[in-house]
Write a protein that binds this ligand. Sequence first.
Ligand SMILES: NC(=O)c1ccc[n+]([C@@H]2O[C@H](COP(=O)([O-])OP(=O)(O)OC[C@H]3O[C@@H](n4cnc5c(N)ncnc54)[C@H](O)[C@@H]3O)[C@@H](O)[C@H]2O)c1
Length: 303
Amino acid sequence: MKIVLIGGAGGIGSSVAFNLLRTQTPYDIVVVDNRDNMITSHVMDLQDALSLGGARSIRGGTASDALDADIVVVSAAVPLRLNTSRDVFLHDNASLLAGIVDPLVASGWSGVFILMTNPVDPLLTWLSRRTGWSRNHLLGYTLNDTQRFRTGIAVALGIAPQTVTGVVVGEHGAGQVPVWSSVRVNGKPVTLTSAQRDIVLDYIDNWYIRHVALDSARTSTWSSGLGGALMVEAVVHGTEDPFPASVILEGSYGVMGISSSTPCILGPTGLVRVLEEPLESEELAKFAGVARKIGELADSITV
Ligand SMILES: NC(=O)c1ccc[n+]([C@@H]2O[C@H](COP(=O)([O-])OP(=O)(O)OC[C@H]3O[C@@H](n4cnc5c(N)ncnc54)[C@H](O)[C@@H]3O)[C@@H](O)[C@H]2O)c1
């Protein structure tokens, strides 16, 4: 099972690599990046963790390593700078992604492509048109929204996040649609008061703005690295439990041809099934508006 991490020497990529090493799956992991010294630094470090997990190998590589990869995880991106929206990186990251996917398309590659680079939904919508790949092979990483929803609810209720489940659909980040009717604590449905909802909304809506304002030059590398590795594991082993991902919607939530987050069943061929979350009418209206915005952003890419 060859996993190629493009942007693999960055914060997210190296954290995905580390978390893959901790699984019991015999991965052959290849780190590809345009910073050779950082590839070497991470590989020298990570290869000494091989004997503590199930992965078979980790090495540095080049873009051509992707041509026979089972799964390509892309977190390559232009450097983070102060901003208030992931959308400011749309055009620069689209140019960079074009250089990554065009050789894969030309080679007829048919593995599973997981995009972590932001803004993930418009970039995936555009990539689906550019590559012509089936939506089954084109997945966007959006688990963090659901994780932040769980954390926010745990904070609002003063309970452990592990006891909370609940789903977020829609856009990764700013246009996320939290599904209040999906909230469960210890498996039982819970209705939050409006004051509790406000605490949750403040947490999930402002997390990104608060984090970027720190000007730390890093993103959510620990949570996304763990989540990215869990997504790879979900694809490789298949999941019975829904895994949230951005995928091209074909009618779910009334949306066609736009990539947005929804719970999915994943397996070795990528997307196995989209699960449509039942939404209230205001939630559906928000989803429709967000999907329009994602489509307009994708349309604006001219690479
Ligand atoms: N989807 C999510 O939930 C989520 C969460 C966190 C971060 N992100 C996004 O992931 C991306 C990466 O974040 P990060 O913290 O790892 O950033 P980073 O700057 O640490 O890493 C990006 C890496 O990409 C490399 N790179 C740039 N162009 C390349 C190319 N053409 N080929 C190979 N490598 C290339 C850089 O050298 C760098 O090492 C950003 O777009 C960020 O917004 C997404």
